[in-house]
Design a binder for this molecule. Sequence first.
Ligand code: AP5
Length: 191
Amino acid sequence: MVNFLIFGPPGSGKGTQSVKLAEKFNLKHLSTGDMLRAEIAAGTELGKKMSSIMSKGELVPDAVVIEMIANKIDSTKDVAGFLFDGFPRTVAQTEELEKMLNERGMKIDSMLVLDVDHDELVKRLILRADLSGRPDDKDPAVIENRIEVYRSKTEPIIDYCRERGIYQPVNGVGSIDEIFERLCEFMEEYF
Ligand code: AP5
């Protein structure tokens, strides 16, 4: 199994690229944001509890997403590996993911970080707001908070992965197809 993190600030294109990459390389795409939104849409107790945190652009508790991911890893069969999108988001989540993978004879093979400047991120998310219906896209102050939460709580994972030799920055500006080609070039080395 080959396991990748697709990483970057809100609006950097993680979800867009993950769908294409998962199909090309037969990877299981695991997005904690999508899983949480599915809980909200289904009206579960967990969804109700998480919805106000998400609409403010704050992170939900580590334990919630760790449990979701562990369940998915154990129930997935017949794939070449995992593509983690929007997870991990804290150093604590990263340590847990490494532990979970190691216990199952796997590791994080590479962290692909989409590099996109602040103004482009905001432009993409504001453009998406009408289509997505996501409460965290509607308010520019919440978009700014999501970016700030990324800088303060999530970006430190880059140093953690750099120390392990698995950090791979990728230019995330350009057309969706151009960025896809750049990502494929790095990922192909692992197959
Ligand atoms: P999550 O769903 O992970 O959202 P996010 O990180 O804010 O990222 P987005 O989905 O907004 O952006 P993306 O990078 O995937 O870009 P996308 O491809 O969509 O998390 C949402 C919330 O859930 C968090 O704030 C938190 O509350 C909670 N949560 C989730 N995981 C958690 C965790 N592990 N721990 C704690 N809390 C967690 O693209 C964005 C837009 O740009 C789209 O409209 C797209 O069409 C467009 N676009 C993409 N590529 C390009 C391009 N090359 N050029 C122009 N436009 C483009």
